[in-house]
Design a protein. Sequence first.
Length: 1125
Amino acid sequence: MRRTSLIPVLLFLSATVASVVPLAAQSAAKPYQFSAQGHAAIERLDTLNSIPADDWQYHEGAVAQGASPALRTDDWKTVHIPFRASRQEIWLRRWVEIPKTLHGYDLTGAGITFQVDVAGDGPGRGYLYESIYFNGKRIVEGTHLGRQVLLENAKPGDKVLIAINMPPTAQWKHFERAPVLVRFAASRPDPEVVRTELIAASELLPMVTRDATALASQEKVLDGAASAVSIAALDQGDQQGFDTSLKKAQADLESLRPLLKKYFVQMTGNAHIDAAWLWTWSEAVDQVHFTFENALQMMREYPGYTFSQSSAQYYEWMEEKFPSLFKEIQQRVKEGRWELVGGMWVEPDLNMPAGESQVRQLLLGKRYFQQKFGVDVKVGWNVDSFGYDWQLPQIYKKSGIDYFITQKLRYNDTNQLPLKLFWWQAPDGSRVLSYFPHDIVQGTEALEMSQDLARAVTLNPGQNELMHVFGPSLGHLNIKPAREAIENGMNWSEPDRVFPRLEFRTSQAFFKDMAGRIATSGMPTWNYRTFAAGETQLPTPPAGKISLPVWDDEIYLELHRGTYTSQAAQKANLRHGEEWLLNAEKYSSLAWLGGLSYPGSQLTEAWKKASFNQFHDVAAGTAIAAVYLDAQKDYDAIHWAANEATGNALKELDSHINTNAHPGVPIIVWNTLNWKRSDVAEVSVQMPQAEPNGISVLDADNRPVLMQVLSKDERTHTYRLLLKLNGVPSVGYTVLHAVSGQRKVASDLKLNGTTMENSLVRVVLDPKTGCITSLYNKAAKFESIAAGQCGNMLQAFVDTGTHITQAGVDTLRIEDAWNIDADYVNHKTDLTMLDSIETIERGPLREVIRITRHWSKSRFVQDITLYAGLPRVDVVNDIDWHETHVLLKASFPLAASSPVATYEIPYGTIERPTTRNNSIEDAKFEVPALRWADLGDGRHGFSLMNDSKYGYDAKDNVLRLSLLRAPTYPDPTADRGRQQFSYSLYPHAGSWKQAETELRAYEFNYKLRASQAESHQGGLPATHSFVQVKPNNLVLTALKKSEDGNSLILRFYEWAGEKTKATISVPAGASEAVETDLMEHDLKGAGARLALHDGQVGVEVEPFSINTVRIGYNVRGDGFWGAQR
């Protein structure tokens, strides 16, 4: 049992319940302060728990027979724990002798145990391998070894030599504790039990007793019990007298037991296993196997024990590799003792994957759990991700998940949210009942549970229950920690304990209890703005009810802000992998209507790979290098699968299109977005013969389109063309034709030195620095760049990522892949030196000015690109990056400013402050976003779009995009080498909504697809839209075949916050239209079945909602396309 001194416990509790955030104090009772006599008694009891053993002999390097009692160690150093040991192999030794008495207590007959807590100095702090020897014999090896029995029945004078050996490690080894613990003889009263009961009661009683007179009476009993403990008897060596005083103290406490038993702690076992992190997935398979086998062993030994575990991927591993173990898990699930939680394929990052990826996590996970176990998972369990997007409650609720658990917010470096049990609400109003356990990687120490219960009672008036989540953090080579936690919990669950009731239960049992007791009126709605204003009080609920707040905001982790940017290649894979798969599904579902087999299994396996690599430590860029080698293999396979599915589908679809309506070489241009769009596309075209007079491209109406020849192969007559397309249909195509001879098309592009412009925008570059001195929106007649400032300024910041602050204490940890220093802005270098600035492309459709520069060890090439007729300026980057501990950003000081900036999040947007007026705003100095962020005053604005980046910051009038980092741990090669990515500048009139930034950012990411086709007849016209979802405040994110049956699934979301009547048009032949949840289950009730007329469906759409519609088809096949309009 962990020794806990009274003073730190009281200080901890006071800080926890009395002031949850520096800027807003929470009014709460404080723990009872014992009298001097009572306090002295508790402090003396605290000294009886362990035998002093802080001095150790220490040696670096290998030693033959290093654990032998006969080994001479005269040349070994003496160290004092806690201390930091070398990265080399090390040995520690010391003799432990049982004294006659320990601070007056006779240890005869006591059990003596030993436990060493050693951690690395990085995030993998607990994952160091060790071997422990007693008297020269190795008794255990592994990680998280727990308590080891030194002596079962100690006698004064007994001696044991303890030796610890650890192999070389990548991290420094921090020895934090190495206590020699006392397990008191069963024949005597247990001083530790008395001490714990006294402290627990002193914490809980002031929180649960509102009547001052009653509380005074209780505290008198409490102090009397503490004062009954006879220190004098210990000093005199009177063991019987001391034992009698302990019995007296326990007898005095008996009157408090009925009150404390009204409070309940449920213990929920779990294991937090990282699917890949400081190990690869193949090693994680072994960790899962060890952990699951250990959990089953605990269930065999302890019939009351329950275990909760997430991540369908882990169960699939066990099903494939350890089938007998898997069958036993199935049986334990049937018994209700093994709880399936999470519902997702893994526990993913929930800042960066798009909303559709989060739905697929649940679709894969929930279907697996339903098919293999017959369980519909209801608890969203994602305990360790680095923040949670605001739309997650809606995603959960519409996927059949009612509850949510995370403990990650306890790691906040600046503020602690005043939340324990609460409703979490999405922008559309969807809610999930949510809970913050104190921790997940812990034991069942009684004082930790009582402290957390006191916090729960304080934060939720009327609360009398706590869910205490405990368990290891990965697989182990032994099961001692689990057994210790279970037995300790069982010990404190004994009915004679003056302590709250304890029981092993599942998380869903806790939530069901809570759901029935929530006060339904008077719930305040909180968010970060109200929190900053000090609104943290909840009303007193009716008798028997619990008061909860509604949290109507994202859940932002005030830590690990570097994870939005670390491992740039992985971020690009994440974004592009989503695009590959979603496009492949759209093409394949359309081809399926015409009779082509749908590649469901192939795409499902690809989604499993994508979902696995969205695991929070992988997507975040905080894993070892080997993990990213595996990830790249997975993304290569995803790309291949998506390309094959897309290629097969387009071959089928193209074969039905009439491509010979006009002479020339056919080109088919596809648009997978659900609005008619104008944009550019590249295509290679092979002409049948040489074209001495050049070529032109004609649209479906036989009109020439603006084009630019990028290259030409005279031998094969092949042209690489850049085309300007206007009005490419929604989820459809248009047919063009390349023909002989040049036909002139007017262009609005102009170039004068370092000034480029079209009819919509003008951009001016500084010839000395390469930065943008002017970005002028011609329609709005507004200059976007602040006067005298430079936009697109590359800025390099010192970025060690090692200093974090928790509870006001500065600690040094190697977490550079995770963290960005809070003061990084004070260590800035503007990259203004140029190697060259030159025009590399000047055509009727595209102008490009290339900027080349060197700085430190890196080379930067930026192509500033403007197209005819488009309102954006693209910045195409090719960077050879060789820095260490540097953060690279692109900065834009803007003429328009606002107290908030807007950012895209999964299925929507969020506003965050650009001011720094309080600690809440200070902490958000780096924030996550998907494809864009916008800063504007409502009359004018500037959107900064990207194709693979996720980190932004906005302060006052400056908006910046994080481009690259250079951490050294856990991957010393992270981000080094060539990096290619693009971002785009979109100055606009009005607000981002009026400018439709959401749509423009999709267009920047989802390119038009153009390819040469064969000339043939077909049942489909030269221009056609298969699917339409209108109006433009709706974005279609998924078009796929249903998981079951013969239907198309369409999923779309409303992004502008407007109540809307959606009009959906689908291919002819549809037999029914039904609204479904995100898991493709038909909704029940009136209105779920939608009216379908001539391929059109109307749907009522609420602001910010995610909607799914199933379109049934009874007839498909060869004649299908001939029936289309």
